[in-house]
Ligand binder design. Structure first.
Ligand SMILES: C[S@@+](CC[C@H](N)C(=O)[O-])C[C@H]1O[C@@H](n2cnc3c(N)ncnc32)[C@H](O)[C@@H]1O
Length: 305
């Protein structure tokens, strides 16, 4: 459920800050975020797809918008796809998690708590401005993209991945409903215990969940935005159809059980099946189907030199 159309930008930003502060501690576990070889490979593929298939491109100074706990940026830094990282987020809780993880991985990062529409950063200071699953939370995208352009060096690149498409967002409702329907039978089959109404679900974070999303995109809207903000070499693509449908179904059934009662065998199967479907999406579907059909959209463009 997206934010109400009458919600003010300040309200949306406030809700995003509080929701993500509350979610920060459990975020990596909830989304299966990995900073090892698997996570790095996923992120490498996303960057290549966002850049329209350009492999091996690497950048100097990187600025992440809405970095969260660092899924995209810390993996890109480990891969050497960026030389240095400034990670920004509206949520101090998320940035703290990112800084802790970076320290554990021996990575040097600068963190800046800020919203995307007004970046307290100098003009023309980055080679890559990027993000994952963040644009759909930002109330004024024209303002944010003008900021991305301002802080980019001439010839610099923006790349965003993991943005929900309007059609994909609707499609995701089906596996969620199917997951709810089969959950009791699934729990019996895998001997998992039904989840009691969890404390987390009565928490502030949970009650804010329905208010944090502002947009689901049509590719044409993103192309227009890039054009109006003066970017060139514009690319909008789609990723994940089968993997996403399966992933939403898995997440829904798993959320119906006490986490400790779900066996490692099941978790391994769920993860491997998701990765297998991701490969089918990448090899067979993404090159041939229109971007709007996929759950996630990826965007890139260049600031004129
Ligand atoms: C869905 S999470 C994605 C986090 C991370 N990029 C990832 O992929 O795991 C969205 C992130 O955007 C941040 N965010 C939300 N609204 C924002 C805004 N207006 N400006 C900057 N960051 C924002 C949230 O605090 C959160 O960390």
């Amino acid at each position: 459920m997206p934010a109400s159309p009458t919600a003010t930008p300040d309200h949306i930003k406030d809700v995003n800050t509080r929701y993500h502060d509350a979610a920060a501690e459990e975020y990596d576990a909830k989304w299966g975020i990995d900073f090892g070889a698997t996570g790095q490979e996923q992120v490498r593929q996303k960057l290549v797809k966002a850049l329209g298939g350009r492999r091996g491109e690497s950048f100097g100074a990187g600025l992440e918008i809405g970095s969260g706990t660092g899924y995209f940026s810390l993996n890109l830094l480990q891969l050497g796809a960026i030389e240095s990282l400034t990670a920004t987020d509206i949520s101090a809780g998320m940035l703290k998690r990112l800084a802790d993880t970076a320290a554990g991985l021996n990575l040097e990062v600068e963190t800046v708590q800020t919203e995307a529409e007004e970046l307290p950063l100098p003009d023309e200071s980055f080679d890559l401005v990027f993000g994952h699953a963040v644009l759909h939370h930002i109330p004024d995208l024209e303002k944010a993209f003008a900021e991305f352009r301002r802080v980019l060096r001439p010839g610099g690149v923006i790349a965003f991945a993991g943005e929900p498409s309007r059609y994909g967002d609707r499609l995701a409702a089906l596996p969620k409903r199917a997951g709810l329907f089969v959950a009791p039978a699934w729990r019996r089959a895998v001997k998992a215990q039904a989840r009691a109404i969890a404390e987390a679900e009565q928490s502030e974070g949970h009650s804010l969940e329905g208010e944090v999303d502002v947009h689901a995109f049509a590719p044409a809207d993103l192309r227009r935005l890039l054009c109006e903000c003066g970017f060139e070499d514009r690319h909008v693509g789609g990723e994940e159809l089968l993997a996403n449908a399966w992933g939403w179904g898995l997440r829904t059934v798993e959320a119906s059980a006490e986490p400790d009662s779900v066996s490692w065998g099941w978790r391994r199967f769920a993860f491997r099946s998701y990765i297998a479907l991701q490969k089918i999406d990448t090899r067979l579907l993404e090159p041939h189907l229109p971007a709007e059909l996929f759950y996630n959209l990826l965007v890139s463009a260049r600031k004129p030199a």
